[in-house]
Design a protein around this ligand. Structure first.
Ligand SMILES: N[C@@H](CCC(=O)N[C@@H](CS)C(=O)NCC(=O)O)C(=O)O
Length: 198
């Protein structure tokens, strides 16, 4: 299977960690995608031009990262990313953590992709409020850091993304999440192994 992404994409990192932890890494070949270049392999594979996208062995293209994780589960003996016995809770945690990444990406694009004079602070603040509400909620309702399911993997990738793009000083504002990420990264070396060089 061909995984189209970049080393820095937090959504791509989610898929890579899932593949490493659950023994699917050797079935993946990585190909670099570029969402900013028309006609790139990424937009030829996913019309939305978003990464990651996965090309299966039969040539079928699947996306987004959540669908890819759901597909990975079908390759395992039993679902590990969305375990049957707590599927609903895991789906909600996955959406929450992925939504944090979405909000973080919108902030980063507003700052980096728009000319300074078009950078709209109220929009950034609107996204920041999502990060604060989400991280506040997670401080009391974090997933088990010893389990690598779709929720915990996505949360770790969201925090790693905030470390890079610095949308929020989450380490200072939410110290419980620092402990959480330490526990997750200690349990799953795949987290550090997929850290991009910036
Ligand atoms: N819902 C998608 C989100 C993916 C996403 O936003 N990826 C970013 C990079 S990390 C991207 O490709 N952005 C380019 C764009 O939005 O055009 C997923 O879970 O895969």
């Amino acid at each position: 299977m061909i995984l189209i992404s970049t080393p820095t994409s937090p959504f791509g990192r989610k898929v890579k960690i899932a593949a490493i932890v659950h023994g699917l890494k050797d079935r993946l070949t990585l190909e670099k995608g570029d969402p900013w270049t028309q006609g790139d392999i990424l937009s030829r594979t996913n019309p939305l031009g978003k990464m990651p996208a996965l090309v299966l062995d039969d040539g079928k293209a699947i996306y987004d990262s959540g669908v890819i994780l759901d597909y990975f589960d079908t390759l395992l003996e039993r679902p590990k990313l969305f375990p049957v016995e707590r599927r609903l809770d895991t789906q909600v945690m996955h959406v929450l953590a992925s939504g944090l990444m979405d909000a973080g990406i919108l902030i980063a694009y507003e700052r980096l992709r728009r000319p300074d004079e078009f950078c709209y602070q109220p929009w950034i603040d609107h996204q920041l409020a999502k990060l604060r509400r989400g991280l506040e909620h997670l401080t009391k309702n974090a997933p088990d850091p010893q389990v690598a399911d779709a929720g915990s993997i996505s949360l770790a990738c969201a925090l790693g993304y905030f470390d890079w793009r610095k949308q929020i000083d989450w380490r200072k504002e939410y110290p419980a999440m620092v402990d959480w990420l330490h526990a997750f990264s200690s349990a799953f070396p795949a987290f550090d192994a997929t850290k991009a060089e910036h």
